[in-house]
Design a protein around this ligand. Structure first.
Ligand code: PHE
Length: 435
């Protein structure tokens, strides 16, 4: 999970250092987008030392489509069918069935689910402190235009987050939103001045216990008019920044109690200045959210000239994992009664009792790569084959021979939340799905 951009940067920095993989991070400052949409063109990666790239990965992904036959889902009154999102023949589409199968589940709208409980607790804070002024949106359609997702919030044309390696494209103009900031402009234009947007967001990424290609964010946005700050002795930006910090420190205390906090300067294309809030929790600094004072251009383009605003975005999984002691992000998607029955409406912070710690099954695989290889593509292939059985995909070796060919060795950890896996079944799965 990378509810906040920084955590993704750290993880990727680690991978990059090991393997000189292409840099990728949603809204980090210095990055540039790949121009061409790479389909999954991974070499025969389960067969070590096969140098020729083949389209095996894509095929494996498509055929493992358990949800392929599902009927259209309804999100806030918009019907979304598989063919609206997954287009095998379209080179500008990179959405696999595993991702389509998550659309419409809206975990954040389940009052007995950790994500719903957390969302409602944040709602309570805003209701109490702003006497119901914040409008709440939690079923806006996750299919948005490239303009909404990127242009409207000033993401530069060459920013890495726009690349096909990082974002799910339905076609060249349409994406699965990679952040809830995609709704800022339309809500501003509709006249809203105080709003919270909660929703599922989608990012192509690596695999470990805190990263999943679908996760949930909440966006907060508040507009001020000159009357609000005129008597304060501050300019609009300073006034908004002070209000933002006070509001979010209050929110952190509402969620975590009397914790130590610190503000860290950072960068987002849509805010200036931009900050991250960290809290000291369970012996470590934990990044809680990203935020800042909204760029004037966004307000001007959407009917709020002469106003200022603040915005924040937080990742629900990241916070819920800490608050409920949930050790693996895949658990949020579990329908296992042993998981779901442990949570109930209004009860934030009930500690999850693991019902199992079944043993992992490790498989190492090495393969030659070409310049099209990316770790995100590999992870998509692995998820397409193994679904939620895959716990981690980790680069453990990387070497280049005298002819300049580079080989990678990845260790894949498989682990079920529900049962013990056998070596044979994982071997069979790897071989069956790849031949
Ligand atoms: N959209 C940012 C992200 O996904 C979070 C954010 C929202 C930051 C609003 C600042 C203001 O990481």
């Amino acid at each position: 999970m990378r509810p906040l951009i920084r955590s993704a940067c750290r993880l990727r920095a680690r991978v990059r250092a090991m393997a000189t993989l292409p840099a990728a991070a949603a809204f980090s400052p210095s990055s540039s987008a790949a121009a061409r949409p790479p389909r999954l063109t991974l070499a025969l990666f389960f067969l070590p030392s096969a140098p020729a790239p083949a389209a095996l990965g894509a095929r494996a992904l498509r055929t493992s489509a358990s949800a392929a036959a599902a009927a259209a889902v309804d999100v806030g009154g918009v019907k979304i069918a598989r063919e609206d999102v997954v287009r095998e023949e379209d080179p500008t589409n990179n959405v696999p069935d595993t991702i389509y199968s998550k659309i419409g589940l809206q975990l954040h709208r389940r009052d007995n689910h950790p994500l719903g409980i957390l969302k409602n607790t944040i709602y309570d804070y805003f209701d109490k402190n702003f006497s119901g002024q914040f409008n709440k949106f939690d079923d806006l359609c996750p299919l948005v235009s490239v303009k909404q997702n990127f242009d409207d919030v000033l993401v530069p044309a060459d920013h890495i987050s726009r690349s096909y390696n990082d974002t799910y494209y339905v076609d060249a103009q349409t994406v699965l939103r990679c952040h809830t900031s995609a709704h800022q402009a339309e809500l501003l234009r509709d006249g809203h001045t105080h709003f919270l947007v909660t929703g599922d967001v989608y990012r192509r990424d690596s695999i470990d216990s805190t990263h999943y290609p679908v996760f949930h964010q909440m966006e907060g946005f508040r507009v001020f008019s000159p009357d609000d700050w005129s008597g304060s002795g501050m300019d609009g930006t300073a006034y908004a920044a002070a209000d933002l910090k006070k509001t979010l420190e209050g929110l952190a205390r509402h969620l975590f109690g009397a914790v130590e906090m610190r503000w860290v300067d950072t960068y987002f294309p849509f805010t200036n200045p931009s900050f991250e809030l960290e809290i000291y929790f369970q012996d470590d600094w934990l990044e809680v959210l990203g935020c800042g004072v909204t760029e004037q251009e966004i307000l001007k383009s959407n009917g709020r000239t002469d106003h200022v605003a603040w915005a924040f975005g937080l990742g629900l999984e990241r916070l819920a994992m800490v608050l409920f002691d949930i050790p693996d992000i895949r658990l949020f998607w579990s329908n296992d009664q042993r998981f779901t029955s442990q949570f109930s409406e209004g009860k934030l912070g009930v500690k999850f009792k693991p019902f199992s710690k079944f043993p992992p099954c490790y498989k190492d695989m090495s393969f030659w790569i070409n310049e099209e290889f990316t770790e995100n593509n590999l992870c998509e292939v692995v998820r397409g084959i193994a679904g939620d059985l895959v716990e981690e995909v980790k680069l453990i070796d990387n070497f280049t021979n005298k002819k300049g060919l580079t080989s990678h060795c990845y260790r894949i950890a498989y682990r079920s939340m529900e049962r013990s896996l056998t070596d044979e079944e994982i071997n069979d799965m790897q071989v069956d799905r790849c031949s």
